[in-house]
Design a binder for this molecule. Structure first.
Ligand code: SF4
Length: 484
């Protein structure tokens, strides 16, 4: 389905430029609507004027992505799954990264501790905070009271969205009744339970997963549930391990995505989920292999699913502190896959203060490529240094390429020194440039009237470099001698 242009959206708006939506013009609103910074409902004119109902409905239709978004949970930690417009990230962007739900069994005695740990877990990486998105409570006990009790316990100790996973609809809905105000995701409606689970989902406005390993049956379930009135649906074509099955699982997810996004199939046009955690119920794990070797298989499946924009995955490994490596692998991979290719990976040029620098502190020079600036900053902090970090506008390009391409050059560094009055903050004129920019040192000394020293090629060597080679008095003496 073709993405509408801002002009097509504008044509359906009120065009009064009233500013009620906090935009200066209806055209600005149209652009923001396409970027998902606002929703149609933010234009009060369009929503309240009965004469504009036809345009409003048409607008909602054209801006609704072919794969509809679904919200799970409430409050600050609620998550949105799906809602994508393209098959491949480079065609536009992916709007909602794969949501990672960690699975806990309802017979796990540490359920509260694990849920608390997962809720509070925050990993800061490259300027972003990486977190788990939800908890899947899996019914292992087969006991209604136990499942109800655990679902309540989860909502007491955690504000993460909850997926209730039980194929017995009576047990599933008993627990869902207990916590329905938290908008849990119901797993699942099958060919046998769709009516009971679907009706409950409609009555309580809850999202529900349709599951079948037969794609035709899954799409038929989707159609039936929509006809019943289900508004929020997620599709699970099932995750299977074993020879040939990884390819089959991959293929099913891709077929559903292609049907939704490229072919506009409304029955496939919903978020898709996968369950790498199924490894532990499908594969014999009481063999000679070490635990991590089994966990690794689950992680590989999770990584494959993330790489093809599966909307939500359920993981077993990584929910305890000792398994953090598994979760780190998933979250760091996800961070790379779901970065927006349209956003320039740059930070502002200028002076960044690290620690409590004084007039004697060193000045490190780097580029404004985000993935250069942030690691350099982390490495300087990691070396316990108080320093000035001078970030030069290299058009968001990393040091090596920017030196080769001319975006990081003696002139631009000297200009930045001048623009931000760098030398007024210190009692020296020493600039430490990255090892990869060594060839700029001579020209930079002339352009910036500075003494330029070449630091390590990799910022992880900054601590060692300062310890062994930083000698400002000596450097300034050489600078003064050269000036005479
Ligand atoms: S509220 Fe509606 S009519 Fe007013 S400026 Fe925004 S888009 Fe235009």
């Amino acid at each position: 389905m073709a993405r509408p242009s801002p002009l097509e959206v504008y044509a359906l708006l009120d065009k009064s430029n009233c500013k009620d939506c906090d935009r200066d013009t209806c055209m600005a609103f149209a652009t923001d609507l396409l970027e998902r910074n606002v929703v149609v409902q933010d234009c009060t004119h369009l929503m309240q004027d009965p004469k504009q109902a036809k345009k409003r409905n048409k607008l909602i239709k054209i801006v609704t992505p072919p794969q509809k978004p679904v919200t799970i949970g409430i409050g600050e930690r609620k998550c949105i799954v799906g809602g994508e417009e393209v098959l491949n990230r480079h065609q536009l962007t992916f709007y909602n990264e794969t949501q990672i739900f960690m699975q806990i069994a309802d017979d796990d005695p540490e359920i509260a501790e694990i849920a608390k740990y997962l809720t509070e877990l925050k990993i800061e990486r490259m300027g972003e905070v990486l977190q788990v998105n939800g908890i899947t409570l899996r019914c292992v006990s087969g006991d209604t009271e136990q499942f109800k009790l655990c679902s309540k316990k989860l909502t007491e100790v955690s504000d993460l969205p909850v997926m209730l996973a039980c194929l017995n609809p009576d047990i599933l809905l008993a627990a869902a009744t207990e916590i329905k105000e938290f908008k849990p995701l119901l797993y699942a409606a099958t060919k046998d339970s769709w009516e009971q689970v679907g009706k409950f989902a409609v009555e309580n406005n809850l999202p529900v997963v349709a599951v079948s390993n037969d794609l035709d049956q899954l799409l038929s379930l989707s159609a039936t549930l929509q006809k019943l009135g289900v508004k929020d649906l997620i599709l699970d074509a099932m995750t299977v391990f074993g020879p040939g099955n990884v390819a089959l699982t991959y293929d099913n997810i891709m077929q559903l995505r292609i049907a939704a996004i490229d072919k506009g199939d409304v029955n496939a046009g919903w978020p898709i989920m996968g369950v790498p955690a199924a490894y532990w119920s499908q594969v014999k794990t009481d063999d000679d292999k070490e635990l991590w070797e089994h966990q690794y298989q689950e992680i590989i499946m999770g990584a494959i699913m993330q790489s093809i924009d599966c909307s939500l995955i359920v993981m077993h490994s990584g929910k305890r502190k000792e398994d953090i490596w598994a979760l780190l692998a998933m979250m760091t991979l996800r961070q790379s896959i779901f970065s927006d290719p349209r956003i320039y990976p740059a930070v502002d040029a200028g002076i960044y203060i690290i620690g409590e620098p004084t007039e004697k502190s060193p000045i490190f020079v780097t580029s404004n490529y985000r993935l250069t600036k942030i690691p350099v900053e982390i490495d300087i902090k990691g070396a316990n240094l108080d320093a000035w970090l001078l970030v030069v506008d290299s058009e968001g390009i990393g040091i090596e390429s920017a030196v080769a391409g001319g975006q990081f050059n003696a002139g631009s560094i000297a200009e930045t020194v001048k623009e931000f009055k760098m030398f007024e903050k210190v009692n020296h004129r020493i600039l430490i440039i990255p090892g990869m920019a060594a060839r700029l040192s001579g020209a930079l000394e002339d352009e910036a009237d500075a003494f330029v020293v070449v630091g390590p090629r990799d910022s992880s060597g900054i601590g060692k470099y300062i310890k062994e080679q930083w000698n400002p008095e000596e450097f300034m003496k050489i600078y003064e001698d050269l000036k005479e």
